[in-house]
Design a protein around this ligand. Structure first.
Ligand code: ADP
Ligand code: ZN
Ligand code: ZN
Length: 804
């Protein structure tokens, strides 16, 4: 029996989204697997071309005589790669994308970036010999050689860059002296260290022992180890601090010294409390019997979820398995990352979006080679090619950043569950405000639920008060700061404590609100806010409904109605005017543009370099500032009216998380929520930090209206530079789907303009399809894909599917 392989042409270059069949030569049988990269003769000239093996089969799909043979295997990829390929194919089918797009998402780093080498110049003479040689060179007046030898006598190991750089020694001189046996040039492979990690480690070093927890302080040796290495390097240049990956005999400073100081990777920093221990015990108890276990850890902010993750990771390691921990990019901060380094040291790698291609590739390579066991990072870390994956943990699983905006538009939670199933890895979700999906899943028995109801380090949840901004206006206060918040700010500053002001601007989309009564103009069909367009017309982004603009409030007649506009900068000015002595830091898209902008601002704030931190949603996530005793939430309800069925959920999450920033230390915290809708259930339940009540109300709304997780919703997004063409294409597509819909019994909304109807001159429209059963939506999606495929007219239209 012959064996054939379906092969995809090199995913990093080709746009060809089809497979070609090749014969598997005798010698590759038993060796070749799906996921292998192979070299194949391609095209008329039989040019050697790279291809991806997707499937092996004994059935030729056309005349066997005409099928060409595979040349050779290019990279030898073991099991993990094939499973990731399978995952990619599932993503293609579930989310709708081409095979190439799916593969590139899962295996984004096919082309190997040149790896970096670190070269060191080493003195090979004894001190006496060196002195002798030096005299000799001086006599001969060989200045460059004298300079180099003097430097080497002072410092027997010098980085190559220093020698050729500030010492200005040419490679000819180096070569000559090497031949004379004076010195040697040693080189070693170094993994490119992500900037962030290096910076964090430097900061830690700079901060010294000052802010370190006990475990760290005990490890004084760590400081000395580091000092030695630095002395050996002889200078403070960045490349001397290059942190080489372990596993390849890297002698330079590595994270390992941090971990050694903290003890073995099995040692937790605390005795876990009862709730933490229960979760850990139960999950470990089921480890063998239920490798497909799925768990949800619902714990208020500061309840010690991270400690639980670390225990579980340690357990996975003890079982010879590996772990992936996803955390939102924004939480990749100094404090968080260091906790993991202290415990696990160099068995960890960290991804973040600012890594270069090469750096990212290196980190995946380390995982593939078994040099690390733990990968921490945002959603793309999910695709780390571990061979023995034991657990996937998703922290803050409700975060929006887990959904990819690029095709395939996947959600990390769903893909994690799928990968877990394919590779027999447990999945643990954690959140203070679980997504409706996760909690609904827990209710239905899909996830086992663990509750961590109180703060681990002690301390009460903050005192929350809600201020009705309509009342403020009535009482003649037209400032953006309510009287109560103002008073509390004064108090906070006078006692030398810190505060955060959070402006809720999520998904700000120009909706129209009455400042007098809080009324928001909504679509009569969809229960979402209408958006004001430039021409003044009010438009629904779900169904396309339009209305005339309003001049006075239809509810109370007030003329204080219009779009809500206030930025962080404006707030900064107002606060600076009101409290001239206060030191203010602002964190938003403008102030965080630099490479590690976020980290710098957060670090400055935690060093008490400012009294007030003003920012958008960026400031509410996962940071722990013990000195913050007051949190002010401005425009709490701004996110309630975003045209998205998740608006209430997002608002609840934001408010709860923001409130959770207050009183994390010993001093109790206070929170002021300013809103035009104090009676909205998202505001009410956030103020009382009552997730269950919020969930009950929200899920009944979702059930009633057929939105996820109670029902499925498929978004079909269409884009084009040509507005008319888009109009027509979306119209035809809408008609086709409505026809098909009759058979699938789904309901169809749109086409309508997207919430942002034009980006970079590209027009955008969307059609929504709803049904309880996701399977039906997938079937309809597949039908639609075929229809699009068959119709030339759609070639120039961008079409993306988005599930739920
Ligand atoms: P979460 O991830 O739920 O926000 P963390 O794990 O960050 O919570 O814990 C919050 C704080 O409580 C941290 O400062 C942590 O060091 C501390 N902590 C966690 N578990 C314990 C424990 N069992 N005993 C004492 N302190 C703890
Ligand atoms: Zn009104
Ligand atoms: Zn509508």
């Amino acid at each position: 029996m012959e064996l054939y392989a379906d092969i995809m042409i090199d995913i990093s270059h080709s746009e060809l989204d089809r497979t070609f069949q090749y014969r598997v030569p005798e010698e590759l049988r038993g060796e070749l697997e799906p996921g292998n990269v192979v070299e194949i003769p391609f095209g008329r000239g039989n040019r050697p071309t790279k291809g991806y093996v997707l499937r092996l089969t004994e059935q030729p799909s056309y005349e066997p005589e005409k099928i060409k043979e595979i040349g050779r295997i290019v990279t030898d990829l073991a099991g993990a790669e094939s499973k990731l390929t399978a995952l990619a194919l599932w993503m293609r089918d579930y989310y709708g994308s081409t095979t190439v797009q799916a593969l590139r998402t899962v295996l984004p780093l096919r082309q190997k970036a040149a790896s970096k080498e670190k070269k060191t110049i080493v003195l090979k003479l004894s001190p006496e010999e060196a002195q002798e040689k030096l005299e000799f060179l001086k006599k001969k007046n060989q200045k460059a050689r004298v300079r180099l030898l003097e430097a080497l006598i002072a410092q027997p190991r010098l980085p190559y860059e220093i020698v050729t750089g500030s010492l200005r020694i040419t490679s000819l001189v180096l070569k000559a002296m090497e031949e004379q046996g004076v010195l040697a040039c040693e080189s070693q492979h170094v993994y490119r260290t992500p900037q962030l990690i290096r910076k964090l480690l430097e900061e830690e070093q700079a901060a010294g022992m000052k802010n370190m927890p006990k475990v760290q302080r005990e490890g004084l040796k760590c400081e000395e180890d580091f000092q030695e290495v630095r002395d050996a390097g002889g200078q403070r240049e960045a490349d001397a601090l290059e942190f080489a990956g372990a596993g390849r005999g890297a002698e330079v400073w590595n994270g390992g010294s941090v971990s050694r100081a903290a003890g073995s990777p099995g040692t937790p920093a605390f005795v876990l409390n009862e709730a933490q221990q229960y979760a850990v015990d139960e999950i470990c108890r089921e480890w063998q019997s239920n490798p497909l276990g799925k768990y949800l850890l619902h714990g208020v902010t500061g309840s010690g979820k991270t400690e639980v993750y670390m225990e579980l990771i340690a357990y996975a390691l003890s079982q010879g398995q590996q772990a992936i921990l996803l955390i939102p990019e924004i939480s990749l901060t100094y404090q968080n990352v260091m906790r993991f380094y202290r415990r696990f040291g160099d068995r960890i790698s960290i991804l973040h979006s600012r890594l270069s291609q090469g750096e990212r590739y290196d980190q995946f390579e380390r995982a593939r080679n078994g040099d690390i066991d733990i990968m921490i990072g945002p959603r793309s870390a999910l695709f780390t090619p571990f061979q023995r994956l034991g657990i996937i943990i998703i922290d803050e699983e409700h975060e929006m950043s887990y959904r990819s905006e690029a095709v395939p538009r996947y959600h990390a939670r769903e893909v994690a569950v799928k990968r877990g199933a394919l590779e027999h890895a447990r999945v643990v979700l954690g959140s203070a405000t679980p997504s409706l999906e996760a909690y609904y899943g827990a209710e239905g028995g899909d996830y086992r639920l663990f509750q961590l109801p109180s703060r681990a380090a002690g301390g009460e949840l903050p005192q929350v008060s809600v201020v009705d901004m309509r009342q403020e206006l009535q009482d003649g206060n037209r400032s953006i700061l309510s009287r109560e918040l103002y008073r509390k700010m004064e108090q906070c500053l006078s006692t030398g404590q810190q505060m955060m002001l959070f402006l809720n601007r999520r998904g700000y989309a120009g909706f129209v609100m009455c400042r007098s009564c809080g009324h928001v103009v909504k679509c009569p069909h969809c229960d979402v806010a209408l958006s004001a367009h430039r021409n003044g017309r009010l438009v629904c982004h779900y169904c396309g409904h339009e209305e005339q603009p309003v001049k006075t409030c239809p509810k109370c007649g007030s003329s204080y109605i219009g779009g809500f506009r206030a930025g962080t900068q404006q707030i900064e000015e107002i606060v600076a005017g009101a409290f001239p002595q206060a030191r203010i830091l602002r964190m938003d898209a403008d102030t965080t543009r630099g490479k590690d902008g976020h980290a710098e601002i957060l670090h400055a704030f935690s060093n008490r370099e400012a009294d007030i931190l003003i920012g958008t949603q960026m400031i509410v996530k996962g940071h722990d500032f013990p000195e913050v005793t007051l949190v002010g939430i401005l425009a709490a309800d701004l996110s309630l009216h975003v045209s998205d069925y998740r608006a209430a959920e997002r608002t609840f999450q934001l408010l709860t998380q923001a409130a959770g920033r207050a009183g994390r230390g010993e001093k109790p915290g206070e929170v002021v929520i300013q809103t035009y809708e104090p009676e909205h259930y998202a505001v009410v339940h956030a103020a009382s930090q009552d997730y269950e009540s919020f969930y009950e109300q929200e899920i009944s709304y979702r059930k009633m209206s057929g939105y996820p997780p109670a029902g499925g919703i498929l978004g079909i997004h269409c884009t084009s530079r040509d507005q008319e063409l888009l109009e027509m294409a979306a119209g035809y597509l809408g008609r086709f789907i409505r026809q098909a819909a009759a058979r699938y019994q789904v309901s169809v909304l749109g086409p309508a303009d997207e919430a942002i109807s034009k980006i970079n001159d590209i027009y955008r429209k969307v059609i929504y399809v709803k049904h309880e059963d996701t399977k039906r939506l997938i079937a309809l999606k597949n039908k639609t894909e075929q229809y699009i495929e068959m119709n030339e007219g759609y070639r120039t239209i961008g079409i993306q599917f988005e599930m739920n």
